[in-house]
Design a protein around this ligand. Structure first.
Ligand code: FNR
Length: 190
């Protein structure tokens, strides 16, 4: 039997018609056997990170929920747009909150990234910034193959937002298979 891996999916877009959210919905059909996806708890109600607030009232509920979900996962997959050549502020804020917790949950956690953008580079610049933040948090960042979905409007059905582009499906499938192996190696300590 294939190993079972639970992968927490954190989507960086809050938009109803989001291409990144649409990509997360395609994941189960492209995953290797044994890889299951869990949707991250919502983070959009988090206040902006403020150390004074943390000292006075502790961590807000959504930050605690997100941290618990990261801890419970075998791996984390960020699927997120690029905003102004970097990561979306809301997503960064959520990770800033989680990162201040004792035994911060990204340490030693396998992490992979996918991004969709309506520009031609598919969010590449955001991915490199995200890798830097995750490196600081001592996550184990999955390297290649990378998934950049550029010109996203041409890769999803206009009405249903179903992923239609075969090249993208192949790229996601290849990455998820390699990420499953990576998670297995991290869990086995090799
Ligand atoms: C963008 N967009 C964008 N695209 C890109 O390729 N590079 C960028 O730096 C930016 N910057 C940017 C900033 C902000 C504030 C917004 C709202 C948008 C366009 C972006 O790729 C497009 O809106 C995507 O559709 C966003 O992803 P979702 O919401 O469809 O998942």
């Amino acid at each position: 039997m294939a190993d079972q891996f639970n992968v927490l999916v954190i989507c960086g877009s809050l938009r109803k018609g989001s291409y990144n959210a649409a990509l997360t919905r395609a994941l189960p059909g492209l995953a290797p056997p044994g890889m299951k996806f869990v949707t991250a708890p919502a983070f959009e109600t988090l206040p902006l990170y403020n150390g004074d607030m943390q000292e006075v009232s502790g961590f807000p509920g959504p930050a605690q929920d997100l941290a618990a979900a990261v801890r419970a996962a075998d791996g984390v997959l960020f699927v997120t747009p690029e905003y102004n050549w970097s990561m979306p502020g809301g997503l960064k804020n959520a990770i800033d909150w989680v990162s201040r917790m004792k035994n911060q949950p990204f340490e030693g956690k396998p992490v992979a990234i996918q991004s969709c953008s309506q520009g031609p580079l598919g969010g590449a610049r955001m991915q490199y910034h995200w890798r830097m933040s995750m490196t600081f948090l001592k996550a184990f960042i999955f390297g290649t193959p990378e998934v950049f979905v550029g010109n996203a409007a041409t890769k999803f059905n206009k009405d249903t937002l179903e992923l239609t582009d075969q090249g993208t499906k192949d790229a996601v499938k290849t990455q998820l298979t390699a990420f499953a192996k990576f998670i297995g190696r991290v869990k086995a300590g090799v």
